[in-house]
Design a protein around this ligand. Structure first.
Ligand SMILES: C[S@@+](CC[C@H](N)C(=O)[O-])C[C@H]1O[C@@H](n2cnc3c(N)ncnc32)[C@H](O)[C@@H]1O
Length: 218
């Protein structure tokens, strides 16, 4: 990374980018190129397929709670965790089902001692987190059964669509590497090959999700 880009990254880390409300703009369909919209829709289809009625689920990096809200009454219990307090407040305002709860906490230190049937980290949330290994460990603790942890992450084929998406919500890409995009506004978002996912996660199942992402069960 050049000295100039180091200065960018120091000035705007992802937590500051989220605190500035990036998620709200990113979820506006008007900012989303067709490949991104298809991916978001494929993610919902996947959740519909795998989540059985009565499931206890925790969604890590839940943002404003849209995936838990989508599953709604199908869940016996749904807990959303996000470190950005304003997103948690918005989730609590929007989602009033008694079985769904939202808490502000860091993904590497979730203040819960119960376990769940399913732990998710969706929409490349894992690819924006500063301690991805710590998040995997926490997902394993919270959902101890093998293959009951689900990530959805961007693949390398996502790069053109993400460049366009980020540009439309005001984050022109300033740096592209084999592993990440870094925007002018300081958003750092990773993308993954299957080999890199296996190195980082270990034993896992990897399936394509739309044309631009993978669903990973571990
Ligand atoms: C790409 S957004 C996706 C939000 C949500 N999953 C969705 O798809 O609508 C990533 C979310 O992860 C949250 N986040 C990032 N790092 C986090 C961490 N270490 N602990 C908790 N939340 C985190 C951000 O605040 C943001 O809401």
């Amino acid at each position: 990374m050049s000295a100039k880009h180091c200065r960018f990254a120091q000035r705007m880390t992802n937590d500051k980018v989220y605190a500035a409300g990036l998620l709200i703009r990113a979820l506006d369909p008007a900012t989303q190129p067709p490949a991104i919209r298809a991916f978001l829709s494929a993610e919902l289809d996947l959740l519909s397929d795998i989540v059985r009625p009565g499931t206890r689920m925790i969604d890590i990096g839940c943002g404003t709670g849209r995936h838990l809200a989508f599953l709604g009454e199908r869940l016996r219990l749904g807990i959303g965790v996000d470190y950005e307090f304003t997103y948690i407040v918005e989730a609590q305002r929007r989602v009033t089902n008694a079985n769904l709860r939202f808490i502000a906490a860091d993904a590497t230190a979730v203040p819960l001692h119960t376990t769940f049937d399913l732990a998710t980290c969706l929409t490349n949330t894992w690819g924006t987190m500063s301690n991805p290994t710590g998040v995997l460990d926490e997902m394993r603790r919270l959902a101890p059964q093998r293959r009951c942890r689900l990530l959805s992450v961007f693949s390398q084929t996502s790069i053109p669509a993400r460049r366009e998406w980020y540009r439309r919500f005001g984050h022109e890409v300033r740096e592209e590497t084999a592993d990440f995009l870094l925007t002018e506004g300081g958003l750092r978002s990773e993308h993954f090959s299957e080999a890199r996912l296996r190195t980082m996660i270990g034993d896992c199942d990897i399936r394509p999700l739309g044309d631009v992402a993978y669903a990973v069960r571990f």
